[in-house]
Ligand binder design. Structure first.
Ligand code: SAM
Ligand code: SF4
Length: 325
């Protein structure tokens, strides 16, 4: 399905919860009230939406949150989504805390790949960023996921004065393990507004100065906007997701479904299309028709671009944990 700007929309990120077992300083630094449980999309409702989205042209799904693995039944949901014929890939983004305990079930249910968030290799810094002393658990989950044969990508957000100088140790992981690490520029969304992004342009220059033989890769590694480089002979690659210093809106391929049933066309703006009302009030063919219309409406409402560098134009006010990162 193409949007008004000729972009193919084939990817949907699905937040299955607004709860989390960490408190990352740029996402949910303190406990915030959860939206009422009865407003949470049921797994049946998520499946229903995904089937219709697949009919329209969505082929790839990412399960996210909040922390998706704090909601019970997440692996089984993945198994159900994998049965939709048009869906070619179901992946997940997790902080890794509960990953090892669910690894077997996730594999059994057909999870295609996992993104694990890891901003630091220093236990004190990990605690400073996430509020919890859980780094070894995440590191172990990374190793176990690789051993289980699951493709692994690491998501890293660098913050000035906190972990900005850790990139040399982090990129060495691509030499040690068959994993990609992606540096995500901090976006001015929710609590992220309080921090200035470390520029990926400058980061790349620093990496190139240390590794002059760094090679740009042409192959596409995932669903999104990351640009990849590789240290020769490394097992994995280094990706850059540069929402601020390398705006990629012209190739944006995604919709975001919140845990409470809103479809969000773009992270920058509060605009969203509510699915929960038709989902719960319509029946049979009418339910299918209404949901399809709402998904098309969200695609048609996708703006040309974000305006993250003009704060007055950022209308989204919710924290990332509620939007679904
Ligand atoms: N809990 C899971 C996790 O941490 O991977 C999934 C949800 S989390 C919101 C998804 C990703 O969004 C994480 O990699 C996190 O670092 C990133 N993130 C959160 N707030 C952000 C912001 N303001 N700018 C850029 N990335 C952000
Ligand atoms: Fe939780 Fe992920 Fe947000 Fe951290 S980034 S608070 S792990 S949802």
């Amino acid at each position: 399905m193409k949007d008004h700007y000729g972009r193919t929309i084939d990817y949907m990120r699905i937040s299955i919860t607004d709860r989390c077992n960490l408190q990352c300083r740029y996402c949910m630094p303190h406990k915030i009230p959860h939206l009422p449980k009865e407003h949470l999309l049921t797994y049946e409702e998520i499946q229903f939406i995904c089937q219709i989205a697949a009919d329209i042209g969505i082929t790839k799904l990412k399960i996210t949150g909040g922390e998706p693995l704090v909601r019970s039944g997440c692996p089984q949901l993945i198994g159900k989504l994998k049965t939709i014929p048009e869906i070619t890939q179901v992946t997940m983004t997790t902080n890794g805390i509960n990953l090892e305990q669910h690894l077997h079930e996730l594999k059994e249910n057909g999870l295609d790949a996992v993104n694990i968030s890891l901003d630091t290799l220093n236990p004190q810094v990990y605690q400073q960023i996430t509020g919890k002393d859980q780094l070894p658990k995440v590191q172990n989950a990374i190793i176990q996921s690789i051993k289980a044969g699951l493709p692994v990508k690491l998501n890293t957000v660098l913050q000035t004065g906190i972990n900005e100088n850790e990139w040399p140790q982090l990129i060495k992981l691509t030499q040690q393990y068959p994993i990609d690490i992606r540096f995500i520029e901090m976006m001015p969304i929710g609590y992220g507004k309080q921090y200035s992004p470390v520029s990926n342009t400058q980061l790349l220059q620093q990496i190139q100065a240390m590794y002059p033989e760094l090679q740009k890769e042409q192959s596409i590694h995932g669903n999104g906007p990351a640009v990849y480089y590789k240290i020769p002979e490394a097992k994995g690659s280094i990706g850059f997701i540069s929402a601020i210093h390398g705006k990629f809106c012209q190739t944006c391929n995604r919709l975001r479904l919140s845990a409470h049933g809103s479809l969000k066309p773009c992270l920058c703006y509060e605009d969203q299309v509510d699915l929960i009302e038709p989902l719960r009030t319509c029946k049979g063919k009418q339910r299918e028709y209404q949901i399809k219309e709402k998904i098309l409406q969200a695609i048609n409402q996708k703006p040309k671009e974000h305006h993250f560098t003009q704060s007055a134009q950022i209308t989204e006010t919710k924290p990332m944990v509620q939007i679904g990162g």
